[in-house]
Design a protein around this ligand. Structure first.
Ligand code: DAH
Length: 344
């Protein structure tokens, strides 16, 4: 038994010396002192040793255990300290490294303009509506009092999907959709994409954006239209902005007007933006034609209304001095970045 003890001590001392990690040492600890460990089983075997030798052997086993335990514990502490140190070094954060800044996106200029327009009309009690981009001819033309031989119905001016279905050419289609469903009082604003088969150039894109407005109630007059649009122009451009009405023609309004705002670039004196006229055309408008009200089941003797439609792309281009209609559609980050932190 003595030999056995000596053998174990020798073997494990060299094993402990060879051990590199705390994991190795813990494994050795188990092999020695665990339930079936070598020293544990020696202790168990003591009871079979002749009584005369038992105290001596007991002492030898105890000494071996103490010596090995002390060695393992000391080395374990040292390796654990070292390992922790290494872990900490690896996890060390270098606070002098420049921070990685994340790129914050921004809204597209068309959305910024649309939101600004929406905010104004919401403040005036309008509700924001939407209507389909793929539209029945009935809503895009027929119910808007547009004659069957009107040139805007031509395939050169309209994308036809079927004889009775088109890509809407104007957000005005949403007016009749709403009036068919909802009865006055109505105050709605409806922004959206519209489509016309134009050749792409600096002033034309086959898809563009409009914002439609509609108010129908008892006793609505042209002065309501003028009041709302004047307040809008002052809010949208600046406090000194004036508007003027020019006679025009749209089948769905009677009378119809074209509305200009005084040029905010030059205050009306004349500049490049307003082509030296002092005025910028901002939208088409008018009193809702009686035929349109009737087609939607609204009695034109009881109710009247005004409507307007503006080109969102045009207004956005005027505000930002964008000279090519194609650019806002291209998604070029160098263009889009310029609208960061801008109010409109
Ligand atoms: N829909 C017309 C267009 O695309 C714009 C327009 C004019 C809308 C007069 C209206 C309006 O609601 O009253 O040119």
């Amino acid at each position: 038994m003595e030999k056995k003890i000596e053998g174990i001590v020798k073997l494990y001392i060299s094993e402990i010396d060879k051990a590199e990690t705390s994991g190795d040492l813990i494994e050795l600890k188990v092999k020695l002192f665990g339930k079936n460990g070598e020293l544990t089983s020696l202790m168990k075997q003591l009871k079979d040793v002749p009584e005369s030798q038992r105290p001596l052997m007991g002492k030898a086993v105890n000494e071996a255990r103490e010596a090995l335990e002390e060695k393992i514990t000391a080395k374990l502490k040292k390796t654990e300290d070292e390992e922790q140190h290494q872990r900490l070094m690896k996890e060390k954060i270098d606070i002098t490294i420049p921070a990685k800044t994340s790129v914050v996106g921004n809204l597209h200029p068309l959305n910024l303009t649309r939101q600004k327009i929406e905010d104004f009309f919401i403040s005036m009690g309008f509700e924001i509506c939407s209507s389909p981009e793929i539209e029945f001819v009935k809503y895009n033309f027929d119910m808007l009092n547009i004659p069957h031989d009107h040139p805007s119905r031509d395939i050169q001016d309209t994308f036809y999907i079927r004889d009775d279905i088109v890509l809407r050419t104007q957000t005005s289609a949403g007016q009749v959709r709403l009036m068919e469903k909802k009865k006055p009082p109505i105050k709605m604003l409806s922004p959206g994409r519209v489509y016309r088969p134009d050749e792409v150039d600096a002033t034309h894109t086959p898809c563009f954006h409009q914002v439609e407005g509609l108010v129908v109630d008892k006793n609505i007059t042209m002065s309501d239209l003028k009041g709302v649009l004047e307040a809008f122009a002052k809010k949208f451009f600046n406090e000194n902005t004036k508007i003027r009405f020019r006679p025009s023609y749209f089948p769905f309004t009677e009378p119809s007007v074209e509305v200009d705002a005084s040029c905010s670039g030059c205050g009306g004196r004349g500049c490049r933006i307003c082509k030296n006229t002092g005025w910028i055309e901002i939208l088409g408008a008018g009193m809702v034609n009686r035929n349109v009200l009737s087609a939607c089941g609204i009695d034109p003797d009881e109710y009247s209304g005004f409507a307007f439609g503006m080109g969102l792309d045009r207004i956005t281009s005027i505000i930002h001095g964008i000279t090519d209609a194609r650019v806002p559609f291209e998604g070029d980050i160098r263009f889009l970045k310029q609208f960061n932190n801008q109010e409109n």
